[in-house]
Structures are given as structure tokens and as C-alpha cells.
Design a protein around this ligand. Structure first.
Ligand code: EPS
Length: 383
């Protein structure tokens, strides 16, 4: 399975084409729109999210509520585009345009992108670098999550810390409702409240906040990914998918960095087996991955998100036209995108997992994949 996305933050629409999806996957807008809505949500989002109500349109590849096996084209309109038609027009002329950006914002793609692509209006960089692009990765990811759910593989995402406030409730799968009802997608109600107050304070200060997200998946078969080559190792592929999302600065699997402070005897997970149940572990320091492959335990990924780089109290910078010192440009933004980022993370990891499933079990149709996975699970139980 492969996909491309296209679209600018204030262009007419965001687009994707997905190739290699099996046919017979039940798929309607209702499988995708709730994910788009969750991505738009979370306390601390800015004014753009009040303008948009992201809804997917199917342009190809689905008929009568099922994938046909043809390329799937998805589109999400940017409602805000109507306010930006002249600024975003592909027609030449009318330069410098309104909303041109010349005071590079530290922490953004502005300066490196301007130099690399020879733009002096850094909006030509911003428009594609914007996290608005993640709308489409969520739409594609929602399709992948639908495929996984048809194979009884499910996931969750939540906020484990926001700035210096930690969730103190250890995760278990019964907390999913608490996560969904928290304004900041945090399983700890007390921490949630403190996070909301912290966001209010940062907003007043013209500042932004980062945090740590966790994504888990359960019921993954043993052996997705491979140990045989660097670019087939699933941990590497997950890290790449996660690190490519705007503002991500770190990723760890299982105990991750924490494991470096512990002896090996406390980090690695002893192997047990029971007839009927097969192989299992009592601990999960590996976070569900050994040797670049799933080991049958829950996949546990933690992700560090830096504070959003657009500051309402801007840092010193340079105007790339005058080449003189100037405060960085102000641009509408969010106070924090940490809760929304968890949704994006679950989607991009879901995509990697769906690809790994298709590699191992192939199949032009969903029923073939389901049959092959069931046979394989039977084999694993007997191994
Ligand atoms: C975003 C859309 C953007 C920002 C934000 C996320 O819309 P606008 O630029 O029109 O306000 O709200 O983008 C960023 C913080 C960023 O750095 O790009 C979205 O759809 O998620």
C-alpha cells in the first residue's frame, strides 16, 4: 500500500490517492469523519479549527460502501480558502501578495525552506509545511485503522504529559472512555484539569506547550516487520512515520530511554507458553517489538512533541528581504496541539501496521487477508 498527499493549508482542498488497498473493505465517510473531528479537537486549538469542519469526500475507489480495489482518492475541502483566493491564486502577478511572510519564524521550516527552494515570500514554505497537512494523513490512517479493526486489531492514543504536568494513572484498556471524555485526551481526570489550566495560562502569556503522547495497539500477530534488513524493521518504520509529523522531536518504544537506567534482567521480557494460549510475556519492556518484529504483546510507542513554534510573543529573527533583525512573524496558531497530535500518531502508526499486514498476508480482498491471518494465528498457537 502506498499513498501521496497534496494540498496547501489555505488552498482549495487537501487530496490523497491510496494505492494497494484490498477490495471488499467496508468503508463510508463515517469511518473517517470522526477521526478528522478528533484531530480538530482537544483543548488549546486555535481559531482555524472553528472555521473548518473537516469532512471527507470519496472521489474514487469506493462504491456501495466497499472498496473496489481501485486507487482510493480522498478529498477534504479547506473552508477557509474562500478568504484566501487572491493570496493563494496560482495565476502570476499581484506580488508581493497580502499575508506575505518575510520574518522567518524560529522552529518552523521557514528559513531552511526559503533558502532551499529560493522563496522570499516564506508563505510558499509555510503553506505546505503547516500541520494542516496532517488532515490527510489522518484520513488515510483512518482507512488503515478500519482495515485493522476488520482484523480485530485496535489501538488507542492519549496524552501522558503536557508541559510539566504528568498523568498519574497507569494505562489500562478500560480507560478508553475516560480518555475520550477528557478535554485533553488524558486518562487522569485530576491531571486533565491541571493541563487545561496550564493551557489557559500559556494562552494568556502568548506562549505554547508541548507534551508526551502514547499510542498502543493490541492483538497484533507475532512477526509483522522483519529482522532481515534495516528498512523492513518495524520499529524503524514506525519511528520514521512518527518523526515525520510536524513538531515531533522524540520517539521511544516500550521502556525506551527509561530502560537505559535499568539492568538487562529488568528490561527484557521472559518468555512463557501455555497450550491454547501460546507464547506470552508477563512484562512488556520491549513495547511489543523485538528484532524489528511484533512479538505479540501490545505495541507501546511514546512520542515527544515540542511546543508549537508560532509564538504570539515572538522570538528575535531576521527579515529575509531587508536582511535586518526583526521579531519573527505572527501567524494564527494553536496554544497546544498535544491532544490532537495523539490522534495523528495513532493514524500514522496504524498505516505502518496496515502496510506490514498487507506485506505478510497479501491478498486482493479483505476476506483473503482475514482467512490467511486466521490460519496464521492457528499456526502460531501450535508453534
Ligand atoms: C492546523 C491549521 C493551521 C493552524 C495549525 C494547525 O491553520 P491556520 O494556519 O489557518 O491557523 O491552526 O497549524 C500550525 C500550528 C502549524 O504550525 O502549521 C490544522 O489543521 O491542524
Amino acid at each position: 500500500m502506498k499513498f501521496l498527499t497534496a494540498g496547501e493549508s489555505h488552498g482549495p482542498q487537501l487530496t490523497t490517492i491510496i494505492e494497494g488497498l484490498p477490495s471488499q473493505l467496508p468503508l463510508t465517510a463515517e469511518d473517517i469523519n470522526p477521526w478528522l473531528a478528533k484531530r480538530q479537537g482537544g483543548y488549546g486549538r486555535g481559531r482555524r479549527m472553528q472555521i473548518e469542519t473537516d469532512q471527507v469526500l470519496f472521489m474514487s475507489g469506493v462504491r456501495a460502501g466497499r472498496t473496489t480495489g481501485a486507487p482510493l482518492t480522498l478529498v477534504v475541502e479547506n473552508k477557509d480558502h474562500r478568504n484566501w483566493t487572491e493570496i493563494m491564486s496560482p495565476e502570476p502577478g499581484n506580488e508581493p501578495r497580502k499575508k506575505s511572510l518575510t520574518r522567518a519564524r524560529p522552529g518552523h521550516a521557514d528559513l531552511a525552506g526559503g533558502i532551499k527552494y529560493r522563496h522570499k515570500d516564506l508563505r510558499d514554505v509555510l503553506e505546505r509545511a503547516s500541520a494542516r497537512e496532517t488532515t490527510m494523513r489522518v484520513a488515510v490512517g483512518a482507512v488503515a485503522l478500519k482495515l485493522l479493526s476488520e482484523l480485530d486489531i485496535t489501538g488507542v492514543n492519549y496524552v501522558s504529559s503536557l508541559c510539566d504536568i504528568d498523568s498519574n494513572v497507569p494505562f489500562n484498556w478500560d480507560l478508553v472512555d475516560a480518555i475520550e471524555s477528557s478535554l485533553v485526551r488524558c486518562p487522569d481526570p485530576e491531571a486533565s484539569q491541571k493541563m487545561v489550566e496550564r493551557i489557559d495560562q500559556a494562552k494568556k502569556d502568548g506562549d505554547t506547550l508541548g507534551g508526551i503522547l502514547e499510542v498502543r495497539f493490541r492483538n497484533l500477530p507475532i512477526g509483522l516487520g522483519s529482522h532481515v534488513h534495516w528498512d523492513r524493521k518495524l520499529d524503524g518504520r514506525i519511528a520514521q512515520a512518527v518523526m515525520s509529523v510536524q513538531a515531533v522531536k522524540g520517539v521511544e518504544v516500550g521502556y525506551g530511554f527509561r530502560g537505559t537506567r535499568m539492568p538487562g534482567s529488568q528490561v527484557h521480557d521472559a518468555i512463557y507458553r501455555e497450550d491454547g494460549k501460546g507464547y506470552y510475556r508477563l512484562t512488556n519492556g520491549a513495547g511489543g517489538l523485538e528484532g524489528g518484529m511484533t512479538d505479540g504483546e501490545d505495541l507501546v510507542v511514546r512520542i515527544a512533541l515540542k511546543p508549537i513554534a508560532t509564538l504570539m510573543s515572538p522570538l528575535p529573527s531576521i527579515d529575509v528581504v531587508t536582511k535586518q533583525p526583526a521579531d519573527a512573524a505572527l501567524e494564527r496558531s494553536d496554544t497546544t496541539a498535544v491532544p490532537a497530535a495523539g490522534v495523528i500518531m495513532q493514524c500514522v502508526i496504524g498505516l505502518v501496521l496496515a502496510e506490514a499486514i498487507l506485506e505478510k498476508f497479501g491478498g486482493d480482498t479483505l476476506p483473503e487477508i482475514q482467512e490467511r491471518l486466521a490460519t496464521y494465528r492457528g499456526f502460531v498457537a501450535e508453534y
